[in-house]
Design a protein around this ligand. Structure first.
Ligand code: GLN
Length: 202
């Protein structure tokens, strides 16, 4: 069993836990403390309100421990607000939260709640077909660093990216019944576990 954490401070926590529960050999865990964080091999930051989650991250003293684990190689995936929390730059704000992914995002780029929308997308390089994308007051990405791989664009706007052990999506796979992105994240975690096991055997 692989323990996968979902940051459980605010937002679509239960939805991610439900999606992870559909994957063999995965034990989802709600992460609220440093001790919880120590138990997981990968972490998801859900959608929600990035300012609220950011404040709670600091109140619960989880920001620095998460940054430390990510620097040690732990895979991290942010959906929507989670992506805003990971970004090095938030173009339309004068603060950053974790600042660990080399992307510049625009918060609430798609407008208000009323302008939320869904569409679907094929992502051939991930062998993903007809993936349902749910955007709710979503950010988009305006700039990426050199080693950031763009996984998906909608109308020329970047909405999914990967950088080493980091994955970020503007949309909410956890609000759909399609678990392709969750499976992709688990693959990242498995690869990381394999690489650290090989190192310790070497
Ligand atoms: N607009 C929110 C924020 O920036 C994100 C919305 C979401 O996660 N659905 O925090």
């Amino acid at each position: 069993m692989i323990n996968i954490g979902v940051l459980g401070l605010q937002g679509s926590v239960d939805e991610h836990i439900k999606s992870l529960g559909l994957i063999d050999n995965v034990q989802p865990l709600r992460v609220k403390t440093i001790h919880d964080l120590e138990l997981v091999a990968g972490l998801i930051i859900p959608g929600g309100e990035s300012t609220t989650i950011g404040k709670l991250l600091r109140d619960f003293k989880l920001a620095d421990p998460i940054i430390k684990r990510v620097k040690e190689g732990m895979p991290l995936w942010g959906t929507c607000a989670g992506m805003v929390l990971m970004a090095k730059t938030i173009i339309n704000e004068d603060y950053v939260h974790l600042g660990i992914m080399d992307i510049s995002v625009r918060r609430n780029a798609y407008g208000s709640q009323l302008e939320s929308f869904t569409c679907s997308l094929d992502i051939p390089q991930l062998s993903i077909k007809d993936f349902p994308l749910v955007f709710i007051r979503a950010p988009w990405i305006e700039k990426v660093g050199k080693d950031v791989e763009v996984l998906a664009t909608i109308n020329n706007r970047i909405v999914a990216v990967k950088q080493r052990n980091l994955l970020a999506t503007s949309f909410h796979p956890e609000l759909t019944t399609n678990i392709a992105f969750h499976k992709l994240f688990i693959k990242l975690v498995e690869n990381h576990i394999r690489s650290t096991t090989n190192l310790s055997l070497a």
